[in-house]
Design a protein around this ligand. Structure first.
Ligand code: SF4
Length: 307
């Protein structure tokens, strides 16, 4: 949960998650929709899908015991070299370097590394430095300490260099570069994508949701059917549901930003007679009472709650 997300955002999600899934077995046996529903609003949903898949692999292939070596760990979905290193080091199993966002920042400043992390030589150099600095003894404390230093002292915007235990040897501090390093990524203007979000409603109050593919944003979540803004939403609706139209109404536009683009969401309510007979598992009818058991992205929740 903490990958790409701050502790303050995660706390409530974590508490709810750990109560519902207190161990690997309950997580592995859960329906993916249950897992995603507890992740709803936290973003980066592949993390939830990977966690669920990993729990199943450990249950089936590792007799329910968490692997204790790097190779096995990085074979699991969602666990890369840095997470695997953190698991091994923090569990006091083996000395392994890590390179999460906080550690990258501390190392880039401490050793005065210029260039953005996305450049392969910069990334390679940071891995070398992390390997070099991780001790062979007392590695659990070291790993926790460098992560905490990044999270509480060597902050992205206002590093507290005056109170930092590393300031004497820190190149960025000594050369007055603490606010320049790490090198920022050249900002690229995000594009805006506009889409209709269809709230196809029936006389019994139910509405259609569609399960999204695992790839891409909101992967594996349930969502409102989405149609390009250049298309006719009523015509599109007619192509999938033959029930006759009662009325339609456009709702207020919602803007949602992803890391690489802005999404301009145009919700439109389409009232149809009768009820929906689904021909596949990807598109089903729900109502306001049972929809909250599903994994839903935050803006979709907002639209549904406003109905
Ligand atoms: S002295 Fe400043 S820049 Fe250097 S590690 Fe400490 S907080 Fe970060």
């Amino acid at each position: 949960m903490l990958q790409q997300t701050q502790v303050i955002t995660v706390i409530d999600y974590f508490k709810r998650f750990i109560i519902r899934f207190p161990n690997l077995k309950t997580l592995a046996e859960a329906n993916i929709d249950d897992v995603l529903s507890l992740w709803s609003g936290l973003g980066y949903y592949s993390r939830a899908r990977n966690l669920h898949a990993t729990a199943n692999i450990i249950k089936d292939d590792f007799k329910g015991r968490f692997p204790r070596n790097l190779e096995a760990l990085i074979s699991l979905p969602g666990i890369g070299p840095s997470t695997a290193g953190a698991i091994l080091s923090l569990s006091n199993i083996e000395s392994r370097p890590i390179l999460d966002g906080n550690v990258k920042r501390v190392l880039a400043r401490f050793f005065g590394i210029h260039g953005h992390y996305s450049e392969s030589d910069v990334n390679k150099r940071l891995w070398e430095l992390s390997t070099l600095t991780t001790p062979k003894e007392d590695f659990a404390n070291y790993t926790q300490a460098i992560m905490d230093l990044g999270a509480t002292v060597c902050l992205p915007r206002n590093p507290d260099c005056k109170n930092c235990p590393c300031s004497i040897d820190c190149i960025a501090y000594q050369e007055g570069l603490s606010h320049i390093l790490p090198t920022k990524k050249k900002s690229q203007k995000k594009k805006t994508i506009s889409e209709y979000f269809l709230i196809i409603r029936f006389e019994d109050g139910s509405f259609i949701l569609e399960k999204r593919n695992n790839e891409g944003v909101w992967g594996g979540l349930w969502s409102l059917p989405q149609v390009n803004i250049k298309e006719d939403p009523l015509k599109w609706c007619k192509s999938i549901v033959s029930n006759s139209l009662i009325d339609s109404k456009k709702l207020e536009v919602i803007r949602h930003s992803f890391s690489h683009y802005h999404l301009e969401m145009h919700p439109i309510e389409i009232y149809l007679r009768g009820k929906f007979i689904s021909s596949n598992n990807q598109m089903k009818c729900f109502n306001k009472n049972n929809v909250h058991k599903l994994g839903l992205a935050a803006p979709i929740k907002i639209i549904i709650n406003s109905l």
